[in-house]
Design a protein around this ligand. Structure first.
Ligand SMILES: [Zn+2]
Ligand SMILES: [Zn+2]
Length: 309
């Protein structure tokens, strides 16, 4: 059982020797989701030993090159490597037209289906539901149509306390019932209550990705109570006017969002190459919100480990 996020690229705008453009790979209980696909995404995935064909879904925040230019190449490679299963892509409405034109003009003929799912432009909405995994998209505030995403995972199966299994001599069907969160009523009138038989009910885990955005209400709502929020922090406060003009955030604004939303931990990313040291970004955020870290590439973050409960 795992829910982790590996940052593949956390640089802004252009690839540098230090940082790759944005992309992340999520593993939620062995479901693999790619979040954005900046240039270099294939190499980054290989370095993390993620087989391309395991990726089931791609979630694109917006159509700026530093978030999508790695996608046609990745899809071409999936094809060359023999993919047959469909790939589901979520994002802005223009994603399909752009990608299909890219593939057509590069004579890339796929042996598998691309299924496009267009995000709701007006409000927070569920864009994917798969058993105990729910993905929400939210329109955010950038220079172009852009989205943040929230990944909620609520494992349905609970862990039984071993001593209770023995003490009550549970049958197989009783075990299944309790693990599914249902109380057991025995014929002799005895009631076995889930909360007493199992470890604390799991409130679920959640991860939020801001995409590129200036502060906005929909992101505040999307991030509410999340365990981990990855938020872009392109600028320091001294360039707040530039941040506003370009539809980005300062690290302090990211911290404000984390504070308002009551997240457990804030992970800053989308670093501008203008800052040699990122300490200033971290310090300005820390003045507002103390549970904050700078994202690091090729680093795997276990969402459970940020859970304060
Ligand atoms: Zn960007
Ligand atoms: Zn952008």
């Amino acid at each position: 059982m795992r829910f982790d996020v590996t940052v593949l690229g956390c640089g802004a705008a252009t690839p540098t020797e230090r940082y790759q453009p944005t992309s992340q790979i999520l593993n939620i209980s062995e479901k693999w989701y790619l979040l954005d696909a900046g240039e270099g995404v294939q190499i980054a995935l290989r370095s993390q030993r993620v087989p391309f064909q395991k990726i089931e879904q791609v979630f694109i925040s917006h159509m700026h090159g530093d978030h999508v230019l790695g996608l046609p190449g990745l899809i071409g490679s999936m094809n060359l490597l023999g993919r047959r299963r469909p790939l589901i892509l979520h994002g802005p409405v223009v994603l399909e037209r752009w990608l299909m034109e890219c593939l057509r003009l590069t004579s890339t003929y796929l042996n598998f289906e691309l299924e496009f799912s267009v995000n709701n432009q007006d409000q927070i909405d569920t864009c994917w539901l798969d058993g105990d995994i729910q993905v929400l998209s939210a329109p955010v505030k950038h220079r172009v149509e852009a989205y943040g995403y929230r990944f909620n995972w609520t494992p349905k199966l609970l862990n039984l306390k071993k001593q209770q299994v023995e003490a009550f001599d549970l049958t197989r069907s009783e075990v299944i019932q309790l693990k599914n969160g249902q109380n057991v009523q025995r014929e002799n009138g005895q009631l076995l209550i889930v909360e007493e038989m199992c470890y604390t009910l799991n409130p679920g885990l959640s991860y939020v990705f801001s995409g590129d955005t200036a502060p906005c209400v929909s992101l505040d709502e999307l991030a509410e109570g999340a365990n981990l929020l990855y938020h872009e922090a392109t600028f320091m406060e001294s360039l707040s006017i530039r941040a506003k003009q370009t539809g980005h955030s300062t690290s302090r604004q990211a911290a404000n969002t984390a504070l308002k939303a009551g997240v457990d931990t804030l992970l800053l990313g989308h670093f501008s190459s203008r800052y040699r040291s990122l300490k200033g970004l971290l310090d300005e955020a820390f003045e507002v919100f103390e549970s904050v870290q700078l994202a690091e590439e090729k680093t795997c973050y276990d969402v459970q480990s940020f859970c304060r409960i």
